[in-house]
Design a protein around this ligand. Structure first.
Ligand SMILES: [Zn+2]
Length: 533
C-alpha cells in the first residue's frame, strides 16, 4: 500500500504538454509568470508533502518504535558479533529476516573470509591462599582448552635487565600463569578522584601512576618482545596461561580484545581481582588459580555485509545510503558499538519504507562486517560496487555510541554545506538545534565506515553522537550491554537518519563531490579479505 507518493515521473505534471509550432522565446515570455508560479506551487507542495511525511515518521517513532524489541532480539538473543563467529552470521540472517518482514528486499553479500571461532565458557577461580571466584574472561580467539581446567601458580612478569636476562629467566615460566599487565594504583576513575580527593592526593596519584605506567612499558620492552609477541614467547617457554588486565578507566570496566597465544589460554581479569593476585604474588604468597575456558575453532568461514534496498522510482541508479557496522568485539554484547548504530539505521529504513515507499532515488543500507579489524566490510563494498559509489547521493554512518547526534562535519567536501544545510532545514528543531555543523571540515581517514567512502571521494558523512562516557565505559568493554542504551536518544537518531535520507532522495540535484582546495585527502586502503590467521 502506498501512503505517500510524489516526485514520481508517472504522476508528475512535468514535462508540460506543449503544442507545436511555437516560438520558445515568446513562449517563455508569455509563460514566465506561470512557470514561476508553478515552481512556487510545486515547492510549496513539496514543503507540505515533506511535512506530512516527517510528521508521520515522527509520530510512528514516538508511538510505535521497534528499537527496544530489536535491541533485545539482537543484543540479548544473539549477543556479540565478532567477525568469524556463528553469532555474526546469525545476526546477518536476523537482519535479512527483519527487513523481509517489513517488505524491504535484503541480502547477505560475501566480502571475505575469516578464521572461524566460537567463544565458550570462561570460569576463573582463586584456589590458594583462599577460595574466591574471579571476574574475568578469555580474550577473543583464545585457544580452546577442551574440557581441561588449568590450575597453576600465578607469577608476575619479572623486571629483567635486558633481553638476555629475560631469555635466562624464561624457563621459570614453565607451568605458570603469568601476569603481564601492570597493577593499577587505583580502581577509581579520575572523575571520582576529582570529586572527592584533595588536590594534592589526586596530583600525587596521577604522578605515581605515570611513573608506574612508564616503568611497566620499560619492563615489557626490556624483555626484547612487544605486547603482541611476549605472550607467544611465554607460551613457547611452557607457560600455562597468560593473564592480562586492560582496565578501561571506569568502575568495573575492562576492554576485551583478542588473544595472541596459539595453545594456552589468555584471559583478562578485572582490576579488583587482578590487583588481588598481583599483590599476593608480590608479597610472596604465590596464589594459585584455576582457569577453565572453552572455545571452538571453526576453520575458514565466509563473512558478509547485510545490504537492504528500497528501489528508487525516478533515479534508481542514484543512491542514498545509511551505514553502520554490524560486527563488534565480544566482551559485552556490542550494544553501543555498534548495536545502536545498527538499530538506528534499521529503524530508519522501517520508517522510510512505511512512509516513503517509492523514493526518487534508491535507498540502501549497509550493515558492515569486520569494521573493528580495519573497516573491512565497507572497504570491500567500495571496491566491489564502483557503480554505487560513483552515483552516491550521500551516505550517513553512525558509530560512536548511544548518544543523540550532535556533530556533523562536511568531511572536506566544498559544497556539503549547501546540501546538508538544505536537508537539515526539514529536520524538527528539537533534533537539529543540537547539531553542531562544521563546514567544510576535514575528510576522515578512518574511525568508521564513512571513511571508506570519503577515501574515494564519495560523499560519506558521520553522524556524531554525544559521548555518554562511551570511551571508558562501553567502547570495546565487558560492560557494553543493553542497559547502556538510551532509547530516547536512539529514537532521535533513527528519525534524523530517516529524514536526512528522505530529503537527500528528494533533492532535485545530485550532490557535488568537489573537494575543498588545499585539503589533504586520505588514500584508499584495501580491504583485508582473509583475516584472523
Ligand atoms: Zn564501532
Amino acid at each position: 500500500m502506498i501512503f505517500y507518493k510524489f516526485g514520481n515521473k508517472n504522476q508528475s505534471n512535468f514535462p508540460m504538454k506543449i503544442t507545436y509550432p511555437y516560438s520558445p522565446t515568446s513562449f517563455l515570455q508569455k509563460s514566465t509568470p506561470f512557470l514561476l508560479g508553478l515552481l512556487f506551487c510545486s515547492s510549496m507542495a513539496f514543503a507540505q508533502q515533506s511535512k506530512s511525511v516527517i510528521d508521520a515518521m515522527t509520530n510512528e517513532e514516538t508511538t510505535n518504535s521497534q528499537l527496544e524489541k530489536m535491541a533485545h532480539e539482537l543484543l540479548d538473543g544473539i549477543g556479540p558479533r565478532l567477525v568469524g563467529t556463528p553469532q555474526m552470521k546469525q545476526a546477518n540472517d536476523w537482519a535479512v529476516a527483519k527487513y523481509k518482514s517489513w517488505d524491504i528486499p535484503a541480502r547477505n553479500e560475501k566480502w571475505g573470509e575469516w578464521r572461524g571461532w566460537e567463544r565458550g565458557v570462561s570460569h576463573i577461580d582463586m584456589v590458594y591462599p583462599r577460595v574466591k571466584s574471579l571476574e574475568g574472561m578469555q580474550l577473543a580467539w583464545s585457544p580452546g582448552m577442551g574440557k581441561k581446567t588449568v590450575t597453576a601458580e600465578v607469577i608476575i612478569l619479572p623486571d629483567v635487565a635486558d633481553s638476555i636476562a629475560f631469555e635466562q629467566w624464561l624457563p621459570k615460566a614453565k607451568g605458570k600463569l603469568i601476569l603481564i599487565s601492570m597493577a593499577q594504583p587505583t580502581g577509581r576513575p579520575d572523575y571520582n578522584w576529582l570529586e572527592f580527593a584533595t588536590k594534592e592526593s589526586f596530583e600525587k596519584m596521577k604522578a605515581d601512576r605515570t611513573v608506574l605506567t612508564n616503568a611497566w612499558k620499560s619492563r615489557i620492552s626490556k624483555t626484547g618482545f612487544t605486547a603482541k609477541t611476549l605472550p607467544l614467547a611465554l607460551e613457547k617457554a611452557g607457560a600455562a596461561g597468560i593473564i592480562t588486565n586492560n582496565w578501561s578507566a571506569g568502575f568495573g570496566v575492562d576492554k576485551i580484545f583478542g588473544a595472541y597465544t596459539k595453545t594456552i589460554p589468555t584471559v583478562d581479569i578485572a582490576l579488583e581481582d587482578y590487583g588481588l593476585l598481583y599483590r599476593l604474588a608480590e608479597s610472596g604468597t604465590t596464589p594459585k588459580i584455576s582457569i577453565h575456558t572453552e572455545s571452538k575453532e571453526l576453520g575458514k568461514v565466509t563473512t558478509f555485509n547485510t545490504i537492504a534496498e528500497i528501489k528508487g522510482t525516478e533515479k534508481p541508479e542514484e543512491y542514498v545510503m545509511l551505514s553502520a557496522h554490524f560486527d563488534s568485539w565480544d566482551g559485552g554484547t556490542g550494544a553501543t558499538d555498534n548495536g545502536t548504530g545498527t538499530l538506528t539505521m534499521m529503524e530508519a529504513m522501517r520508517l522510510l519504507k512505511k512512509f516513503y515507499p517509492n523514493p526518487k532515488r534508491t535507498i540502501l543500507v549497509g550493515h558492515w562486517g569486520s569494521e573493528e579489524q580495519g573497516l573491512n566490510g565497507s572497504r570491500a563494498f567500495v571496491e566491489d560496487h564502483p557503480e554505487i559509489v560513483k552515483n552516491l547521493q550521500v551516505l550517513f554512518n553512525q558509530d560512536n555510541g548511544t548518544g543523540r547526534i550532535v556533530n556533523l562535519s562536511g568531511q572536506g567536501f566544498a559544497d556539503a554545506k549547501d546540501y546538508l544545510g538544505r536537508w537539515l532545514k526539514a529536520v524538527p528543531d528539537t533534533i537539529k538545534n543540537r547539531i553542531k555543523t562544521t563546514f567544510p571540515g576535514q575528510p576522515g581517514g578512518g574511525g568508521s565506515d564513512f571513511a571508506s567512502f570519503v577515501a574515494v571521494g564519495a560523499p560519506g558523512f558521520s553522524l556524531g553522537s554525544l559521548n555518554w562516557s562511551y570511551g571508558s565505559y562501553t567502547w570495546h568493554t565487558n560492560r557494553d550491554t543493553y542497559d547502556k542504551i538510551v532509547f530516547d536518544d536512539l529514537r532521535n537518531n533513527a528519525l534524523l537518519a530517516a529524514i536526512l535520507a528522505y530529503m537527500a532522495s528528494e533533492d532535485p540535484a545530485k550532490t557535488s563531490t568537489k573537494k575543498t582546495e588545499g585539503v589533504q585527502w586520505p588514500v584508499q586502503v584495501k580491504a583485508t579479505r582473509l583475516g584472523g590467521y
